[in-house]
Structure formats: C-alpha cells, structure tokens
Design a protein around this ligand. Structure first.
Ligand SMILES: Cc1cc2nc3c(=O)[nH]c(=O)nc-3n(C[C@H](O)[C@H](O)[C@H](O)COP(=O)(O)OP(=O)(O)OC[C@H]3O[C@@H](n4cnc5c(N)ncnc54)[C@H](O)[C@@H]3O)c2cc1C
Length: 305
C-alpha cells in the first residue's frame, strides 16, 4: 500500500514541485544522490574507485518531450565520457531511454544513443547499459538494445526486471555471446496481470534469471541487488559452476547498504551506481518506496529530529 502511494508520488508533478523547492528535502536526498553536478559525482567516483569499486554514472532525469532537451542529455553523457577517459576512471554509464527521446520518436532516441556510444568508443570505450523503465517502454527498449548491439556488441547492455512474468522468455531471446544484461528486481508500479506482486516470487524469479544467464554463454552479467539472499544464491551458483569473475559483477546503488558494499568488494567485482543531476526527485522517491523505513529517515531530516 505504502509502496503504491510512494510510486504514485514519484510521478506526481505537484509532489515533485513541493519537494524540489524545499532545501531540506534536497539535503536529505543527498544520501542517495552523489551530487547535483557531474563534478560533484566525479569526486565520489574517484573515492569509490580507490576503494576497489567500479562505478556506473547516471544523469538523473525521466521522460523528455522536446528534441533539443534530448541533445542536452546527450551532451551531458558526452561530458561523462570525457571525464571517464581524462581521469582514467573505472566506470560505465547507465541511462534511461525516455530521457533520450523515446517518447518523441524511436529513431531520434536510437540516434542519440549512437552518438553517446560512438563518442564513448572513441575515448575510453565505456560501456552503456540501458535501464529498464516501466512496462510501456519495454518492447521499444529491447528493440533499441538489439539494434545497438549489432553495431556496438558488448559495449551496450540492458536491464531485465525479475518482477515481470515475461523476463525468462526475454532472456532466452537475448542470449548471445556478446549479451550484457543487468538483472534487477524492478522498481515501478506494474499490474498483477504482468508482474509478480509477491516478494517471494520475485526473489525466486531473480535467482532463476541469474542462473539462466550464467548458464548461457552471455558476455557479462550485472547482478544488481542489495538483497543478501540474492547475492548468496548467485555466489553459490558461481562457485559451483566455476564462473570466472570477468563474466559478472555485483551492483548496488550509492548510499544503500554501504556496509554490505564494503564487505562484498573485498571478495567480488562490485560496482556502485552513482546518480547526479538536478532531477533527483523521482529517483529518490523510488528509493523511499523500496524501503518504507527510509521515509522515517526522510521525515526526520525534514523536521530536524
Ligand atoms: C545498479 C542498479 C541498477 C538498477 N536499475 C534498475 C532498472 O534499470 N530498472 C528497474 O526497474 N530497477 C532498477 N534498479 C532497482 C531495482 O529494481 C530494485 O528496485 C532495487 O534494487 C531494490 O531491490 P533489491 O534487489 O535491493 O531487493 P529488496 O528486496 O528491495 O531489498 C533487499 C534489502 O536491501 C535493502 N534496500 C533495498 N532498497 C533499499 C533502499 N532504497 N534503501 C535502503 N535499503 C534498501 C533493504 O535492507 C532490503 O531489505 C536498479 C538497482 C540497482 C542496484
């Protein structure tokens, strides 16, 4: 119930306007957001790299409806490419296709993604992973991924959500020696007609998808979760099947389960997703929805207790 309310608030313009005008809310959101500017997030990335983590950069923002705005997003990701190459960061990019024009026109979006990937290829060869957003965008996101993979191979990846019934079939379709997949539980409000609404079933499917991908000859798997049960199950499968560490990594979000992140990086390839930008509100509220206890932390921050 609370999750549904928070996921509704994450897309409610009126709530975004109230929250983003409040400097205290902005300050509290900093727990999950590495900075409002790229420069702030680069300082965080350097510190994480020094501690042994890889990082993945996300420029915050959701659907964009004007082509010139998508060009500004392309330019920001090109700045990310530049900084990764210049600072020799161990980093990749994670982005939302709606922020690059999917709602305007799929071809515009495809061309924007090509511009980012080509620019990256000419510099550090940075990998770009397409986030999976809510289900209306799923088919188009997979089409974009398939199209880009023809040109960029394992330089491009895509996220698959364990809460969707169809994901095992999607993964079968995507299996290929250059496939780069990130498996997540799923962060959006979906209908029970298409998604498991029972956490135990989502978890079960998550483990099944990880094992399915690692059993195929896919290039690389991002095991993106903060759930120890998922991590342990994956580690068990990896050990039993002698999967080499260049075929997978664990991924977590900046600011979530820092202690677990530090424990994991001591033994496993581990990557932290760091997000930056002024459009932090929907991202932040989705993090609140994942763990209602965060709401208490947020309200305490707001009321100074
Ligand atoms: C690198 C990365 C990329 C992602 N990309 C996508 C994507 O493309 N599309 C998509 O739909 N979703 C994405 N997600 C979000 C994902 O779908 C889940 O919503 C999120 O990871 C929470 O699920 P969990 O696997 O951590 O398990 P959960 O069962 O939700 O959480 C396990 C435990 O982790 C802790 N935890 C989890 N979330 C939080 C939080 N917000 N605050 C504090 N503690 C927390 C809690 O202790 C909880 O008990 C991504 C997640 C990661 C880590």
């Amino acid at each position: 119930m609370l999750r549904s309310i928070l996921l509704y608030l994450s897309v409610a313009g009126w709530a975004q306007r109230i929250a983003t005008r409040n400097w205290l809310a902005r300050r509290v959101a900093r727990r999950f957001v590495a900075g409002e500017t790229l420069e702030e997030s680069v300082a965080v990335a350097k510190a994480l790299n020094q501690d042994g983590f890889r990082v993945t950069f996300t420029y915050l923002g959701e659907a964009v409806y004007r082509e010139e705005e998508t060009r500004q997003v392309v330019a920001e990701y090109q700045r990310v490419n530049e900084v990764i190459a210049r600072e020799n960061l161990n980093a990749e990019i994670s982005l939302k296709v709606t922020q690059l024009g999917l709602e305007i026109d799929e071809e515009i979006c495809h061309n924007n993604l090509r511009d980012i990937l080509n620019h990256a290829r000419e510099r550090a060869g940075t990998r770009v992973v397409l986030d999976m957003e809510s289900s209306p965008y799923l088919e188009a996101t997979l089409r974009l991924y398939r199209g880009l993979r023809e040109e960029f191979g394992a330089q491009v990846g895509v996220a698959i959500q364990a809460y969707l019934f169809r994901s095992a079939e999607d993964l079968t379709q995507l299996a290929a020696p250059d496939a780069v997949i990130r498996i997540v539980k799923g962060a959006y409000l979906e209908s029970p007609a298409i998604a498991f609404d029972d956490k135990a079933k989502v978890d079960e499917n998550y483990v099944r998808l990880v094992e399915q991908f690692l059993s195929d000859d896919g290039a690389f798997l991002d095991i993106a979760t903060h759930d120890e049960k998922m991590i342990t199950a994956a580690q068990r499968f990896i050990a039993a099947n002698e999967i080499p560490p260049d075929r997978y990594e664990f991924q977590m979000l900046y600011g979530i389960r820092n202690e677990l992140q530090r424990e994991l990086v001591a033994d496993e390839p581990t990557c932290v997703l760091i997000s930056f930008g002024e459009e932090w509100y929907p991202y932040f509220v989705r993090r609140l929805a994942e763990r209602p206890a965060n709401l208490v932390f947020f309200l305490r921050g707001l009321f100074g207790r």
